[in-house]
Design a protein around this ligand. Structure first.
Ligand code: NAD
Length: 438
């Protein structure tokens, strides 16, 4: 250990991964982890598994794999648990989600059938398009949180786990505007006991996680962990939190292209993004309240990248529109179109068209894996509260109050890697490079 190095607990034993929701994304993660650990497939798309990190000077030739540089849990040491409103086991749920083919799922069928979802905390007030029978009953929202804590404790005991992380992979809840009960932890807890309508099921899970010593990562656009009461709880219990909304397909491409246009000082007058999506997520997002949550996270990236207040000639009048249409024939295979109206030298207009035929859950699954491993690393490294270095994975990254989020995917990656270098006491890479020309 160098003088500058941060003390990181070793990842001994197994890591419990608690998934809220056992739908398309979650089953693709679990099946993927089983396929990878049994040698049937490679973890393509996962930075923790495939990525490398340069250390020192470009002439030093030190480029280890990230997983060899920082002590991460190994895929073989992951144990999964999940909650869902439907009682289907992970094999049945994966077959229904239709992301992976049965030829792949059958290779790990036994393991998937062994993952039976626990009863969920759910309310149709928050996800209007769904209803299912596998739901907890409780006398109030605090009682429901206690039942979740009981589930977590039993899972921990049954698998003799020291460490767990929770990742929200459940449906998008309706948009929630700020409410006074979110402002302080004691007020929030009182409101839970009084069954206050502003407390969403996702908040009950996050509360249960943080009270149980489990870091919480939020893959959907719900405000869940963004509220002051949750930050207060995370900091009181020394827990890392991160979110929100996995950056997987269209927004990922947006945050690749937009920084490039800005780097070349090209103007943008309009950006129209539309999607067709036929999975359950698409069905939920077809409802205006849930779409509003998604729209907010999908719209925010461009504004922050373009900084119109600093670049008024280029970006003060960008017409930005995002649409998602539910179209069942495509299932999980989303198709997105972006039309970008740009202008260059002397204001002359040009256009860019992007047509991305992606697979939503194939892009999201490695994000869940990486977040589980990095959130566990954060906890073992004593990092508490908002983990801004994980912005790379999110459409709408959480930040400290008063800080604007960083959306440029390359800056996000640099921030992530510099955080890893910092943890290991390595020099941060600034890309100045003058030393090569002395
Ligand atoms: N796939 C992607 O690329 C991507 C990207 C960003 C965000 N997301 C978000 O990730 C989430 C999961 O996406 P998906 O495609 O797997 O959706 P999905 O509909 O296939 O799965 C969600 C599951 O959550 C369950 N659920 C709903 N409310 C619940 C609750 N309160 N407790 C427990 N389970 C509950 C549903 O029954 C369903 O099985 C969605 O919110 C989606 O918006 C996905």
């Amino acid at each position: 250990m160098t003088e500058k190095e941060i003390k990181i607990e070793e990842p001994r034993g197994k890591l419990g991964v608690l998934l809220v929701g056992l739908g398309a994304v979650a089953t693709t993660v679990v099946a993927g982890a089983e396929l990878v650990r049994n040698g049937f497939a490679k973890p393509i798309g996962s930075l923790t598994q495939m990525g490398t990190i340069r250390l020192g000077k470009r002439t030093d030739d030190r480029v280890p794999k990230i997983k060899e540089f920082v002590p991460l849990a190994e895929i073989k040491d992951l144990v999964f648990a999940a909650w869902d409103i439907f009682p289907d086991n992970a094999y049945e749920a994966a077959m229904k989600a239709g992301v992976l083919q049965s030829v792949d799922l059958d290779k790990v069928r036994r393991q998937l059938e062994g993952l039976q979802p626990l009863k969920a905390v759910f309310s149709r007030d928050y996800v209007k398009r769904l209803d299912g029978p596998n739901v907890k009953q409780g006398k109030n929202k605090m009682d429901l949180a206690e039942q979740l804590m009981q589930d977590i404790a039993e899972f921990k005991k049954a698998n003799t786990l020291d460490r767990m992380v929770m990742v929200w992979c459940a449906s998008t809840e309706v948009y929630q505007s700020p409410d006074p009960v979110y402002e302080r932890l004691d007020v929030f807890e009182k409101a839970m006991k009084e069954n206050h309508p502003a407390i969403a099921p996702s908040m009950i899970y996050a509360y249960a996680a943080l009270q149980s010593g489990v870091p919480f990562a939020n893959g959907a656009p719900n405000v869940t962990a963004d509220i002051p009461a949750m930050s207060e709880l995370a900091s009181k219990n020394n827990m890392p939190i991160s979110g929100k909304d996995f950056k997987s397909g269209q927004t990922f491409l947006k945050t690749l292209i937009a920084p490039g246009l800005k780097a070349k000082q090209l103007g943008v007058s309009g950006w129209f993004s539309t999607n067709i999506l036929g999975n359950r997520d698409g069905e939920v997002l077809d409802e205006p309240g849930s779409f509003k949550s998604k729209e907010v996270t999908k719209l925010s990236a461009l504004e922050y990248i373009f900084q119109p207040e600093l670049n008024p000639d280029l970006y003060s009048d960008v017409y930005h529109k995002v649409r998602i249409n539910y179209y069942p024939p495509r299932g999980d295979n989303k198709e997105s179109w972006d039309n970008i109206d740009i202008f260059g030298w002397l204001g002359y207009p040009m256009q860019i068209k992007v047509n991305f035929l992606c697979r939503d859950s194939i892009l999201a699954a490695p994000i869940v894996l990486d977040l589980a491993l990095f959130m566990d690393l954060a906890q073992r490294s004593g990092m508490k509260g908002i983990q801004e270095w994980l912005s790379f994975y999110y459409k709408s990254p959480m930040t400290a109050p008063g800080l604007y989020p960083e959306h440029d995917v390359f800056i996000q990656l640099m921030k992530l890697k510099n955080t890893l270098r910092y943890l290991r006491g390595e020099d941060l890479i600034t890309h100045l490079g003058l030393e090569y020309y002395d």
